[in-house]
Design a protein around this ligand. Structure first.
Ligand code: 5GP
Length: 108
C-alpha cells in the first residue's frame, strides 16, 4: 500500500516544519496556511477521518490539538482559533488521514 503524505512527513521522507511530536501525534505547519501559524495535528495511528477513527485516538488527538492550540496562540499573540476536521470529499477533505486544522485568528 502506498504511504499517504502525512505518513511520509512522520517518516521524515518529505520535509515539513514540525512543531510537536510524541508517540501518538505529530503537528506541523500547513503548507498552504489560511492564516499565519495555521498548523495540522495528525494521529500516528492510521484512520481516514471522523467516520472511522477509534474513540481513544480521537480523544487523544483532540486533547493534543487543544493543548498545542493554546500554546501556539499565545506565542503568536493570536486572539482566537478555529479547529476543523474535514471528513469526506463532499466536505473538502483532500488528505485521507485524520487531521485537525488549527487556524489562528488575529484582531486585524
Ligand atoms: P484537508 O482538506 O484534507 O482537511 O486539508 C489538507 C491540508 O493539508 C491542506 O490545508 C493542505 O495545505 C495541507 N497539505 C497538503 N500537503 C501538504 C504537505 O506536503 N505538507 C504540509 N505541511 N501540508 C500539506
Amino acid at each position: 500500500m502506498q504511504k499517504d503524505i502525512f505518513q511520509r512527513i512522520i517518516d521524515r521522507e518529505i520535509p515539513s516544519t514540525i512543531i510537536y511530536e510524541d508517540d501518538k501525534t505529530i503537528a506541523f505547519l500547513d503548507i498552504n496556511p489560511h492564516t499565519k501559524g495555521h498548523f495540522l495535528v495528525v494521529s500516528k495511528e492510521f484512520s481516514e477521518n471522523l467516520f472511522d477513527i477509534e474513540d481513544d485516538d480521537l480523544i487523544n488527538l483532540i486533547l493534543t490539538a487543544r493543548k498545542l492550540a493554546l500554546s501556539q496562540i499565545e506565542k503568536l499573540n493570536a486572539k482566537g482559533f478555529r479547529l476543523e476536521i474535514n471528513s469526506g470529499i463532499a466536505a473538502g477533505q483532500e488528505i485521507f488521514r485524520t487531521h485537525v486544522h488549527i487556524i489562528p485568528y488575529y484582531d486585524d
